[in-house]
Design a protein around this ligand. Structure first.
Ligand code: NAD
Length: 365
């Protein structure tokens, strides 16, 4: 079902902002496989190692280095491309950085998003734009129920506030400029904590572990009891793509927001996740793999579940991988990367194809 649905992207111009990052590089790879004409806009290649580099994307897509805070340049580039689809992922996505650099975080996540929206106003072709915010855009009241798309936005920390602000800006742009625009259709999407190979961001739990574990070193963890809705990167990407195809075919869901999260069995603590993931590395016991440092912790939400019934009902989207598969996909990717002699372009493509095969079964049942 997903395989045939995603044929929509073949030969289409697909612009991905944040294409050099974790999710953006996976989405670029997937779009290349589907035969899309892929364009990327990012300010830099943010990490070493880099999934963008490992996949050889520089040679497979139209790649521009550009800051989304520079409105004029962004507008000109988007006018040049005239994309059929836009996936806006460029952001300052790290919670710890939002404490050290709040203004930059607010600027890129809120005003940068406004700049993308402003650039779309002058397009004269049909274009579907998916704006990626976060599960953290909701006012977190630390309850055990999943947040619905209609729950209040908010944020106790700057990163969360920047994502809530982005949501408000998207909604205001939609209602002010795009409601009666026949060309532009858009939606926002909110996903939870994403794991998977190829993430090398700083101060994120999995990349932090892999950096240490690949050197056979113990990792220091800050918030072991935080529960997160862990999902493999291919899950929210399949959600964004499903939403984009839905909007391409019909304007019924235009201007709406959708959550994409895992089934509740994937809601486990950081500690439980590390226990399972560390089995991919050669530690005699988990005590050699990680260490909890109470002094290094900083305030982060304790519990944050998403209700995904809207996406299931209206888009017929569903999460495909169970918890074991999610961790297996992630651990195997890094194991292969660390070996140093595996073609990661081919390996990553094989994970995408495996995911689609699992999806075929899951969507039938
Ligand atoms: N990874 C997660 O667990 C997660 C969870 C919820 C939401 N998100 C959201 O998904 C999106 C992608 O996240 P990611 O994990 O791939 O992040 P990432 O840090 O790996 O990638 C961010 C990308 O944005 C680009 N970027 C940053 N500032 C820019 C600017 N001023 N101009 C142009 N490009 C800029 C970077 O170069 C990079 O390509 C973000 O909006 C993030 O907030 C991620």
């Amino acid at each position: 079902m997903l395989k045939s649905k995603f044929q929509t992207f073949k030969d289409k111009k697909v612009l991905i902002t944040g294409h050099t990052g974790f999710k953006g590089s996976w989405l670029s790879q997937w779009m290349v496989i589907l035969g899309a004409d892929v364009y990327g806009i990012s300010d830099c290649i943010p990490t070493v190692p880099s999934n963008f580099k490992a996949l050889g994307l520089e040679n497979k897509i139209n790649h521009s280095l550009l800051d989304i805070n520079e409105l004029k340049e962004l507008q000109e580039r988007i006018q040049e491309i005239k994309p059929d689809f836009v996936f806006h992922l460029a952001a300052q996505p790290i919670v710890s950085t939002s404490y050290s650099n709040p203004i930059e975080t607010l600027k890129t996540n809120a005003i940068g998003t406004a700049n993308v929206l402003e650039s779309l106003r002058y397009l004269e072709n049909k274009c579907v734009a998916i704006f990626i915010t976060s599960d953290k855009c909701y006012e977190n009241v630390e309850w055990e129920w999943g947040y619905k798309e209609t729950d209040p936005l908010g944020g106790k920390d700057i990163y969360s506030a920047s994502k809530a602000a982005a949501e408000i800006i998207i909604s205001a742009y939609y209602r002010s400029f795009f409601l009666n625009d026949k060309n532009i259709r858009l939606a926002s999407s909110r996903a939870g904590n994403v794991i998977g190979g190829g993430d090398w961001a700083k101060d994120r739990i999995i990349p932090d572990c892999i950096r240490s574990w690949s050197l056979n070193e113990m990792v220091t963890i800050r918030n072991p009891y935080a529960t997160r809705p862990w999902q493999h990167v291919l899950e929210p990407l399949s959600g964004y793509m499903t939403l984009a195809v839905d909007l391409w075919d019909s304007d019924i869901r235009n201007g709406e927001s959708f959550n994409f999260g895992p089934n509740t069995e994937n809601n486990i603590t950081v500690l439980e996740l590390l226990e399972k993931l560390s089995t991919h590395f050669e530690f005699e016991s988990t005590e050699d793999a990680y260490f909890y440092d109470k002094n290094q912790s900083f305030p982060e939400a304790g519990l944050l579940n998403l209700n995904i019934e809207k996406a299931q009902f209206h888009l017929k989207w569903k999460p495909v991988l169970d918890l074991a598969q999610t961790i297996h996909f992630t651990g195997e990717w890094y194991e292969n990367f660390i070996k140093g002699d595996v073609n990661m372009d081919e390996y990553t493509t094989s994970q995408i194809n495996n995911y689609l095969d699992f999806a075929e079964e899951k969507y039938i049942n």
